[in-house]
Design a protein around this ligand. Structure first.
Ligand SMILES: [Zn+2]
Length: 140
């Protein structure tokens, strides 16, 4: 559920009033949304969803670390003697590399798919993403 402030264009995860300017938030999926909300508001909504998608991919990247390490480490423990330590180190390195690759790709994807489409103000977007990240962490 996403709500939009028609006065300043901020998007919120819910609530009634905008925390930036105090305006009354609107549901962009409501029937009167086309009149109630300024044009171009979909850019912001798409940005929010894009940023969220990027974050989900990053969480997935984080989850690949134990999976990659587990798969490789299981093979490594079968190795004899000194190769075992080397194998484990290699497994750890591979899992970190997998994480960094996916993390980097997620950042690229958000930049290409979301920002280019919307042509958004980058400072505003950084603020929105940061706010969203901090907000979701505080909510948990
Ligand atoms: Zn506002």
């Amino acid at each position: 559920m996403i709500k939009v402030c028609p006065d300043c264009g901020s998007t919120w995860a819910g609530g009634r009033a905008c925390e930036d300017c105090g305006g009354i938030l609107h549901d962009p999926y409501a029937k009167d949304a086309a009149e109630a909300l300024p044009k171009g508001i979909w850019k912001y909504i798409r940005l929010q969803y894009g940023a969220r998608r990027g974050m989900l991919v990053r969480v997935m990247a984080f989850l690949t670390v134990p999976v990659v390490f587990g798969v490789l480490a299981r093979r490594a423990v079968l190795l004899p003697g000194a190769w075992l330590a080397l194998g484990l180190a290699g497994a750890a390195l591979a899992s970190i590399l997998a994480f960094l690759t996916i993390y980097w790709l997620a950042g690229r994807a958000v930049r290409v798919w979301v920002l280019r489409k919307g042509q958004l103000n980058k400072r505003r977007m950084a603020r929105a993403v940061l706010k969203r990240a901090l907000g979701s962490r505080a909510a948990k």
